[in-house]
Design a protein. Structure first.
Length: 144
């Protein structure tokens, strides 16, 4: 699959795979200088790229495992969504879950993009839903 991508600045980096079999493509901070994110604060970071996600797909912006586990930095919305019809800059709302100030440098890897298929659905309102063994049992109802 090919995805059209446009650099929005001279310093922007195109997404890259960290290994030959990586599902995610690293997204880079398009910053002019290092920024600081205080504990429990969120900073909107532009990647400097816009793209055309193909019809029937969406771009999931996920945390980088090392950055989140070691630094406490993750997307504030946990998973960002780049819709197929969005053509603006891809940004990452990076949240600091740690108790210390964290720094993000220009060109630093800040998240990863995974392109995922989806099914468009139609919702049909009904008076009743079919019965199942589980029924309305929710959080924790099937055990630990």
């Amino acid at each position: 699959m090919k995805i059209n991508i446009k650099k929005l600045s001279e310093t922007a980096k195109l997404p890259e795979r960290g290994s030959a079999f990586a599902a995610g493509y690293d997204l880079f901070a398009d910053l002019q200088e290092t920024i600081e994110i205080k504990p429990h604060e969120t900073y909107m970071i532009n990647t400097g790229v816009a793209m055309e996600i193909p019809e029937g797909y969406w771009g999931g912006v996920f945390a980088r495992s090392g950055l989140s586990a070691k630094e406490g930095l993750r997307p504030a919305n946990c998973v960002g969504v780049v819709d197929e019809d969005y053509r603006g800059p891809v940004c990452v709302a990076l949240h600091n879950d740690s108790e210390v100030v964290r720094k993000v440098a220009p060109q630093q890897k800040i998240a990863q993009l995974v392109v995922v298929p989806f099914l468009a659905v139609e919702f049909e309102e009904v008076a009743e839903l079919s019965d199942t063994v589980r029924g309305a049992g929710g959080f924790g109802s099937t055990g630990k």
